[in-house]
Design a protein around this ligand. Structure first.
Ligand SMILES: *Cc1c(COP(=O)(O)O)cnc(C)c1O
Length: 492
């Protein structure tokens, strides 16, 4: 049986009568099923489940699991996503029964340890941000954006400035930024990037007026560039009465080096799963706490953890709060991992994280920039964006071809076709947790691919069991559940 067959569908391995184990006949007399359950809920026939032996079952799932790329098996330079190694120590600590087995409906008095941990995390995140107050509730960066914009909305309503209906967003921003603005009831207005990939101050000035509620900026931005115009930007936005929001997805570049609050930011989100390590392939779980300035604090979601003379408490009594944004208390499992990570490294260690992340990205950039076009690529922060525009024009090799071919070398692909301001973008973020040998192997693969035949690249990957699935069909018509019917229709 070759590898492909052994990772086929479980239904295809099915043989009538096979079982993983056989239990002896039950010798306890049981009443007929009809006496236990109403007749109309009883199935007429057993469900059509695959019938397989234990060895086949174990091999099936273990083989399937090896088809995934993961940070524990492969280098994963997925730009913007900060796929750094998740230290196993923090996985283990977060599983301690005293933490993992808490119930969210327990009384505050019975979970003082957890509340203290969360309170300390609020304090530490405020400190790293250079801001005053934190809400740990949002479950992802995108939800942090929405929460903070709802806070801004409540803040302006409280000041009777409801005419502030616009959120200004650079064209290099992540798609979640305009989506969050729209969800929070604002109008999203695009600000152009200038020739150096930074905010075009002229365009910002032209669009700033008394309708501006918030300017959302990602800094360093999605091109891996730090916008050093930040002081000018914050003076401009503040002089028009607007707030500055930082999309903090790129905090991995600036931990302990600069603080958003010090460069004019009024509110921001963290992606704990990115910057402070939570395993987050395949869409979750995440955690997106927000940090805000003092004057926005009354509007934060409830509950907030507070430290009182009688111990730690969840406080709900905040009359101006926007209310809950999530059930219970956020994605506590990821918050605990983030807490362990931050406490393990300490201030000096966090700064070194960012210094090493920036060093690794610049090393990789220097190894490939003679072979690939990198539009703003003299230097970068923790990531950079190469472009296959020229390769596509001259040799019909696209960013997608390069991404797919990298899989053959055992590397996860970089982020492709984002940010939108770079055509044929390949967004590469190595993170600080990779060795020089890994970075060299990845650079060598990119240099080799650059020389390969276009037709060969169009068919890549050549070594994986699935080559190029129809990604649109997979998204539009997802088959989320295999049944024996699915198999029949597939075989037709
Ligand atoms: C990841 C990311 C987001 C969204 O964060 P999630 O945690 O995935 O919701 C927003 N902006 C940028 C720049 C990102 O990289």
């Amino acid at each position: 049986m070759d590898k492909n067959q052994s990772t086929g569908l479980l239904f295809e391995l099915s043989h009538p009568g096979r079982r993983c184990h056989l239990l002896p006949e039950c010798d306890v007399p049981a009443p007929p099923a009809e006496e236990l359950l109403p007749r109309d809920v009883l199935a007429e026939a057993p469900p059509p489940l695959p019938e397989v032996g234990e060895v086949d079952l174990v091999r099936h799932y273990v083989n399937l699991s090896t088809r995934n790329m993961a940070i524990d098996t492969n280098f994963y330079p997925l730009g913007s996503c900060t796929m750094k190694y998740n230290p196993k120590r923090h996985e283990r600590l977060s599983m301690l029964p005293g933490l993992a087995n808490l119930h969210p409906l327990q009384s505050d008095a019975s979970c003082q340890g957890m509340l203290e941990l969360l309170w300390q995390l609020q304090e530490v995140l405020a400190e790293i941000a250079g801001l005053d107050a934190v809400s740990l509730q949002p479950s992802a960066g995108a939800q942090g954006e929405l929460t903070a914009l709802l806070v801004a909305h409540a803040y302006f309503r409280d000041r009777s400035e409801e005419s502030r209906t616009r959120v200004l967003i650079p064209d290099s921003a992540h798609g979640t930024n305009p989506a969050s603005a729209a969800l929070a009831g604002f109008e999203a207005v695009t600000i152009k990037s200038g020739p150096r990939g930074l905010v075009d101050l002229g365009d910002l000035k032209a669009k700033l007026d008394d309708r501006t509620a918030v300017f959302m900026i990602t800094n360093p931005n999605t091109l891996g560039l730090f916008d050093h115009q930040m002081t000018a930007i914050s003076e401009l936005v503040h002089s028009h009465g607007g707030l500055i929001y930082l999309d903090g997805a790129n905090m991995n570049a600036i931990l302990g080096i600069t603080r958003p609050g010090d460069f004019g930011v009024d509110m921001m989100h963290y992606n704990v799963h990115k910057t402070f390590t939570g395993p987050h392939g395949a869409g979750g779980p995440g955690s997106g706490p927000i940090a805000v300035r003092h004057r926005l604090e009354p509007f934060l979601p409830v509950p907030v953890v507070i430290n009182t003379d009688q111990g730690f408490r969840l406080e709900y009594n905040r009359p101006k709060s926007i209310g809950r944004v999530r059930s219970f208390f956020g994605n506590v499992g990821i918050l605990v991992r983030g807490y362990c990570y931050i406490r393990t490294l300490g201030p000096g260690g966090l700064r070194q994280v960012s210094e090493d992340a920036v060093l690794n990205a610049n090393y990789l950039l220097s190894r490939i920039k003679h072979a690939y076009e990198v539009p703003h690529g003299d230097r970068c922060m923790h990531e950079f964006v190469a472009s296959a525009r020229g390769l596509r024009r001259e040799r019909k090799i696209s960013a997608m071809d390069i991404a797919k071919r990298l899989l053959d070398f055992g590397f996860h692909a970089p982020t492709v076709y984002f940010p939108l301001v770079v055509p044929e973008a390949l967004m590469i973020e190595p993170t600080e947790t990779e060795s020089k040998e890994t970075l060299d192997a990845f650079a060598n693969a990119l240099l080799q691919i650059r020389e390969e035949d276009a037709a060969f690249l169009h068919d890549a990957p050549h070594t994986l069991s699935i080559s190029r699935p129809d990604e649109v069909k997979a998204a539009k018509e997802p088959v989320l559940r295999w049944t024996s019917e699915t198999v029949k229709s597939r075989n037709r």
